[in-house]
Design a protein around this ligand. Structure first.
Ligand code: GUN
Ligand code: ZN
Length: 437
């Protein structure tokens, strides 16, 4: 039986980067719009009456309707970098990255040695993610293979499009969180076999970062990445000055930090690195020409005092960029709050994201940075119908501000600065309601 769903509201999505193609070509806004979804995929998008007129009468009568009035309907938000085991460690003190990892994060991750805790935390993380309007994420598990099983099972139960991988780390970490070459290879191959390409899930090869992997383990990560089509890779890069010093000490003889990953075959499409704050021009150019993406995690960078990511400079160099909550160094699951932080960091550098660029980053930009734009990111026909319904009138300050909004850009500016998870009215996964405020 065909399942037909109609959503009505203010539709907003992006066909490309408004910073590259200009707002008119990149952004679509339909103030009284309809989205027609069949069997979880977008079929039609446009003004309400025009979409209804194009529908066969039999399906029109048999469609489930959701009328969201003046609320915004956007493609589900994309979090390009986060750690599910850290969901219970938000706001754990730590002066800077390495100290915070050692004292707050490794103990939180060690708790997932117990599969029951991994299952609990995966459920908690995904429920909170959906409550914040995020429908796809690139997610670190822990070093324990069963932590990926727990996450993937929980994501499959909610029919989500998710990337996840077992953290690879064979040195410079607590003994309880280290793996070794033999177990790491066996575990990763089994996990890839079990989860990669199953339903909407894909495996992401996940070396934590250069300091915690031996050269042999980075080479293994590259072999794994190329062992099956469409595998992804996620890691960290140039977040903190002490981290840079550790990389220079542990990997002598390389040009710079990125060169360590490059020499081990870890750059290219579907590879994404979080942060990339402290980079040379050489590294920026190499990221751009290899098609390697960066996850911008502004609330994390502020929390750990890591530095100010030069978004406009990286973006105009041609690097694909997405937004990351970086839970638990980030202080919230919310991509709206993450946009707020991105704006403030951009202001410090006198180059903040424009409102259209911001909402592009949270949707299609994130999908592109993860190499998932064939499936998600906007409302083109054939895409998977994951949507978030945002209610700007849920917050009195935002509602009052919007009474005198000048235009769409001004509305989106206010929504990025004043909005948060309290605006998330509903979330649809493959057309069906998965979360309601
Ligand atoms: N670098 C290596 N591991 C981590 C982590 O868990 N969080 C952040 N923010 N940076 C890292
Ligand atoms: Zn991270």
């Amino acid at each position: 039986m065909t399942r037909s769903v109609l959503l009505f509201g203010q539709l907003l999505d992006f066909l490309s980067d408004p910073g590259v193609d200009g707002p008119a070509a990149a952004c679509r806004h339909v103030s009284d719009g309809a989205l027609w979804i069949v069997d979880g995929h977008i079929v039609e998008h446009g003004p309400r009456q025009a979409v209804l007129d194009r529908m066969p009468t039999a399906l029109l009568a048999n469609s489930t309707r959701h009328d969201y009035g003046q609320r915004f309907i956007l493609p589900g938000l994309v979090d390009t970098h986060c750690h599910y085991p850290q969901a219970t460690a938000l706001a754990s003190p730590g002066k800077t990255l390495l100290d915070w990892l050692e004292h707050s994060i490794y103990p939180a991750e060690a708790a997932l040695a117990d599969p029951a805790i991994a299952a609990q935390r995966a459920d908690f993380f995904l429920d909170r993610l959906l409550a914040h309007g995020t429908t796809t994420a690139s997610v670190f598990a822990t070093v324990h293979a069963h932590s990926v099983d727990a996450f993937m099972s929980a994501a499959a139960a909610r029919k989500l499009r998710m990337l996840c991988g077992k953290v690879m780390m064979d040195r410079c970490a607590h003994a309880a969180l280290r793996d070794d070459m033999r177990h790491c290879e066996r575990d990763c191959l089994n996990l890839i076999e079990r989860w990669h390409g199953r339903e909407r899930l894909r495996y992401s090869v996940t070396p934590r970062f250069a300091p915690t992997s031996s050269p042999q383990q980075l080479a293994l990560a590259a072999d794994l990445l190329r062992s099956r089509p469409d595998l992804h890779l996620q890691s960290h890069l140039a977040e903190n000055q002490d981290e840079l010093a550790a990389v220079a000490r542990l990997y002598p003889g390389h040009h710079d930090y990125l060169d360590v990953y490059a020499q081990h075959g870890l750059l290219g499409p579907r590879c994404i690195y979080a942060h990339g704050i402290h980079l040379t021009q050489r590294e920026v150019d190499e990221l751009a020409h290899t098609g390697t993406a960066l996850a911008h995690c502004p609330s994390s960078n502020l929390f750990l005092g890591s530095g100010a990511f030069p978004l406009q400079q990286r973006s105009s160099a041609g690097i694909a960029i997405g937004l990351g909550s970086d839970v638990g160094a980030g202080t919230s699951f919310s991509m709206l709050r993450t946009l707020h932080a991105a704006y403030l960091v951009g202001q410090l550098l006198a180059a903040p994201p424009s409102p259209l660029q911001a909402w592009y980053l949270a949707t299609l930009g994130g999908a592109r940075a993860l190499g998932l734009e064939a499936f998600i990111g906007n409302f083109l026909p054939g895409k998977e119908a994951d949507c978030v319904v945002l209610d700007p009138f849920a917050l009195p300050e935002l509602a009052a501000r919007l009474e005198h909004a000048e235009d769409l850009a001004d509305t989106l500016f206010a929504l990025m600065l004043l909005g948060d998870e309290r605006c998330v009215h509903a979330v649809h996964i493959l057309g069906e309601v998965q979360h309601r405020a």
